[in-house]
Design a protein around this ligand. Structure first.
Ligand SMILES: Cc1cc2nc3c(=O)[nH]c(=O)nc-3n(C[C@H](O)[C@H](O)[C@H](O)COP(=O)(O)OP(=O)(O)OC[C@H]3O[C@@H](n4cnc5c(N)ncnc54)[C@H](O)[C@@H]3O)c2cc1C
Length: 234
């Protein structure tokens, strides 16, 4: 059984029409690794009261975690979070969980995600920059969304690209007709990297359909289990 802590909500920010960013107090004693998630135990009428959320912020000494959560219209958990949770409220938050953490910092990394699947990658990237001053190896963030307004933390990625030549940000939009960047689904856009850099490690995060397709494509190219890590949101 996980231990749960009462954590105050310090701020809530609307990141896109359907996604909010939550900043929470978190016990300093409960250290986490970049990429891990926490569970929220919510007072909801449902068979299961816990919901998992990746930590979107880097490990820090301030006792803070950040989460980014997308509203699922018919979802019991997110409906409660969006309708009832305000700044100053307390949430029951578990100890850090999971093994979706960077296995080898010496290798180039390709991070592939859609929507709020970017959360653990924000944690990992910020952690690498904090630890090393800048990214020690090439990091590709291939981020699929429908529309430009859905690109979470867009200003942060743009700023990092301008200051760190190891950071390669490829936003891919599937429905935006007014977009001059990459269009369609993420798969076409990691393929050139995957064909050229066979020693890189691949991290996949989000909904099963995208993750499964990416995993299969990378396996077909000969990538080993050790080079592929994934976190499923459903
Ligand atoms: C490791 C992990 C990290 C995640 N990180 C994020 C994140 O950073 N941001 C984000 O927006 N979402 C994230 N999710 C998805 C999130 O946990 C919820 O599934 C999502 O918010 C929808 O919850 P809901 O209560 O609104 O929807 P609902 O449809 O009410 O519930 C969906 C989820 O609740 C659980 N659940 C509900 N009922 C049952 C049952 N009877 N049996 C078993 N399980 C049940 C299942 O996990 C199910 O997928 C993550 C999921 C996982 C597994």
């Amino acid at each position: 059984m996980s231990e749960f802590f009462d954590c105050e909500v310090l701020s809530i920010q609307q990141l896109s029409p359907t996604v909010r960013h939550f900043r929470l107090c978190y016990p300093m004693s409960s250290t986490f690794q970049a990429g891990q998630f926490v569970m929220l135990d919510l007072p909801i009428e449902a068979d299961f009261s816990t919901r998992s959320y990746s930590i979107a912020s880097e490990p820090n000494s301030e006792g803070i975690i950040e989460l980014c959560i997308v509203l699922k219209e018919d979802g019991a958990g997110t409906r409660y979070i969006f309708d009832s949770i305000k700044t100053g409220d307390k949430l029951k938050v578990s100890e850090p969980q999971g093994k979706f953490v960077i296995a080898d910092e010496e290798k180039g990394l390709v991070m592939i995600c859609t929507g709020t699947g970017v959360a653990p990658f924000r944690s990992m990237i910020r952690d690498l920059v904090t630890k090393h001053g800048s990214l020690p190896h090439p990091v590709y963030l291939i981020f699929g969304n429908r529309f430009k307004q859905d690109i979470l933390y867009a200003a942060e990625w743009k700023a990092l690209m301008e200051t760190d030549s190891n950071f390669h940000f490829i936003p891919v939009l599937s429905r935006d007709t007014d977009w001059e960047g990459a269009r369609g689904y993420v798969h076409a856009f990691y393929m050139p990297v995957a064909l050229e850099n066979k020693e890189y490690h691949y991290y996949l995060c989000g909904w099963t359909s995208m993750v499964r397709e990416a995993k299969n494509k990378l396996k077909e190219l000969g990538y080993s289990r050790k080079q592929l890590k994934f976190e499923l949101y459903d």
